[in-house]
Design a protein around this ligand. Structure first.
Ligand SMILES: Cc1cc2nc3c(=O)[nH]c(=O)nc-3n(C[C@H](O)[C@H](O)[C@H](O)COP(=O)(O)OP(=O)(O)OC[C@H]3O[C@@H](n4cnc5c(N)ncnc54)[C@H](O)[C@@H]3O)c2cc1C
Ligand SMILES: *[C@@H]1O[C@H](CO)[C@@H](O)[C@H](O)[C@H]1NC(C)=O
Ligand SMILES: *[C@@H]1O[C@H](CO)[C@@H](O)[C@H](O)[C@H]1NC(C)=O
Ligand SMILES: *[C@@H]1O[C@H](CO)[C@@H](O)[C@H](O)[C@H]1NC(C)=O
Length: 521
């Protein structure tokens, strides 16, 4: 590979800057020598982070294990030239500095993906073909402050690991609901929790984010330090840097009520009415969390409600769940237990989806009394038709779930410095609609995706027709073709662009990190 002298000058100035101001980064001349010698980022990374760079060889078990630990088949089909497995923030800083230098000098193979547990389904969100994947799974510390007010967690944790530590101490944080899902993606994308009724989204309950910026600098963001970066990473996903530590607020928590209630599909009209009644800020019980799911297997639909009530001092059922609990049941697992147990139960119910082809599509609608129950019935009919149309897709599991996103939940962010989700521009109580589709054969991918795009369009049209349309698209549940960032609203997009300009002036995370949802031109 031949480099022009002006390219080398710009590379030199970038590296000179780094060397001047961050003593922990490798010597400038040494990086240049490595990049020049082989003209590829992976070999330079291997030189500076020995033992932490893995190549696609059958004998490199760390590479193979990292690939297999993605949830979806789609992510597993991409093959980075190398996978970097940092074991410290310092290691991440070195990796990003090298990738930045290499990318700016147009050296081949310097595009990269940022990956925590890898639970986002679509190909390329947290993995890359060619290029480099930074696998953060070894950053899995769970460290509790001596006053038990803050827990510092690494992004590569899975929630099961976090809760295993916290449960033993009767402590809790606002985090995910399923054991193997990752911290890094969930928190930077918002994060809906069993505790959201009490405390809002996961991202709003982080006191301090530690971030590695594009130039390799390690910094922190909180209400006092880098406050604009602090707001931007709350919903901003991978657009501003690599988050290497989350300092989350802790709460006391002993065992509480939770589990799953399975119901016959004949309950559906009553469930839609219940859900409409339930998702009202004025009466929303902050201890209550609910995911009402409709699942089709072989074209047959059933209902499963995942429930949590984070107050174990009451008698089951509390008034808010009584109408639901009184409906005809197939079975129930409701019990008093700790969050680890509920997170494991949900994982179990999803076992068949591991390494399957998986797809999420999400929408938001306004909970309008008297209207949204009919709207939900329309969603059911449209979904039933698609589930039946796709019945010959091998291994098909088709679901949609409803989750309350009340004003009482999303307005909590203002108290902790705000986020960029943009929900604060609304007044309505909202309902999140999530479709999950899981199937066996990649040859069915195009067909499933086309059917789901058609379903999405039909539902948006129905929302508009019935006056319940809302443009928010929850990033953590979005399909590849959806645009959650635009759904944050123009003011937030402009704000995020200004933060990107300040903290990543050359647009490394916009151009060299193609995965995830970008800020746009
Ligand atoms: C079974 C299941 C259950 C779920 N349950 C919930 C739930 O209860 N609540 C909820 O809100 N969501 C839930 N989700 C959605 C979940 O939030 C997203 O899939 C999330 O992205 C997973 O995080 P991860 O770390 O595994 O993501 P990854 O796939 O590793 O990454 C997702 C995106 O985030 C970026 N990213 C990851 N880590 C970092 C980092 N450290 N710094 C910067 N960017 C980063 C990646 O580049 C990528 O674009 C669930 C998903 C599944 C599959
Ligand atoms: C990478 O991090 C480890 C700590 O886990 C540290 O021992 C090592 O020195 C770091 N490597 C470099 C090159 O900084
Ligand atoms: C919904 O609320 C209305 C009005 O309070 C009530 O009559 C109805 O029984 C409730 N429905 C369900 C299913 O809880
Ligand atoms: C790294 O980038 C940040 C944000 O743009 C800037 O404040 C800092 O001075 C830069 N540091 C180095 C070493 O270039």
């Amino acid at each position: 590979m031949v480099f022009s002298s002006s390219l080398w000058l710009s590379l030199l100035s970038v590296l000179y800057y780094i060397t001047l101001t961050n003593a922990a980064l490798p010597d400038l001349n040494a990086i240049i020598a490595q990049l020049k010698k082989n003209g590829a980022c992976c070999t330079a990374l291997d030189y500076f982070l020995p033992g932490k760079v893995h190549f696609n060889l059958p004998t490199d078990l760390a590479y193979q294990a990292s690939q297999l630990s993605f949830w979806s088949a789609q992510e597993q089909t991409l093959h980075p030239t190398c996978i970097v497995t940092p074991t410290s923030t310092q290691n991440v800083s070195i990796a990003v500095a090298i990738l930045n230098a290499g990318y700016q000098a147009n050296i081949k193979g310097c595009q990269f993906a940022v990956r925590s547990a890898g639970h986002t389904p679509q190909a390329g969100s947290a993995n890359i073909d060619g290029g480099v994947t930074i696998d953060l799974q070894s950053l899995n510390q769970v460290t509790i402050s001596s006053d038990q007010k803050i827990v510092s967690i690494g992004p590569g944790n899975r929630w099961g690991n976090v809760y295993a530590t916290l449960d033993n101490l009767n402590l809790a944080m606002v985090g995910g609901r399923v054991t193997p899902v990752g911290v890094g993606g969930l928190v930077t994308g918002g994060g809906v929790s069993f505790y959201s009724g009490r405390y809002g989204f996961a991202c709003d309950n982080i006191q301090t984010y530690e971030v590695v910026l594009a130039n390799g600098t390690i910094t922190t963001a909180s209400t006092n330090t880098n406050p604009t970066l602090f707001r931007a990473v709350k919903g901003g996903s991978n657009n501003f840097g690599v988050v290497t530590r989350f300092d989350a607020k802790l709460h006391q928590q002993t065992a509480f009520w939770g589990g799953t209630i399975f119901q016959p599909i004949t309950n559906k009209e009553a469930v839609f009415e219940f859900f409409q009644n339930f998702t009202v800020s004025a009466t929303y019980d902050p201890y209550a969390a609910l995911i009402s799911g409709f699942a089709w297997v072989e074209g047959i639909a059933t209902i499963a409600h995942i429930i949590a009530y984070t107050n174990g001092d009451v008698v089951w059922p509390p008034p808010t769940f009584k109408p639901l609990n009184d409906m005809p049941k197939v079975s129930t697992t409701i019990r008093k237990d700790k969050i680890s147990s509920f997170a494991l139960e949900i994982e179990g119910s999803l076992a068949l989806t591991n390494s399957h082809n998986n797809l999420f599509v999400t929408l938001t609608f306004v909970n309008k009394p008297g209207v949204s129950q009919d709207f939900m019935a329309e969603v059911y009919e449209l979904s039933d038709a698609v589930a039946k149309e796709l019945i010959t897709v091998v291994g098909l599991i088709f679901t949609f779930t409803l989750q309350p996103m009340t004003n009482s939940i999303y307005s909590k962010s203002a108290a902790t410095g705000g986020n960029v989700l943009g929900l604060d521009r609304f007044k309505d109580d909202l309902i999140n609609l999530l479709f999950t589709v899981s199937w066996t054969l990649p040859t069915d991918n195009a067909r499933v995706e086309a059917a789901m795009q058609g379903l999405e369009d039909a539902i948006v049209a129905k929302e508009k027709q019935m006056g319940v349309f809302n443009e928010f698209v929850y990033l953590n549940y979005a399909a590849e073709w959806q645009d959650p960032i635009q759904g944050y609203g123009a003011a937030n997009v402009a704000f995020m662009k200004s933060v990107s300009k300040k903290y990543d002036p050359n647009g490394l995370f916009q151009k060299a990190v193609p995965g995830g949802y970008k800020l746009g031109a």
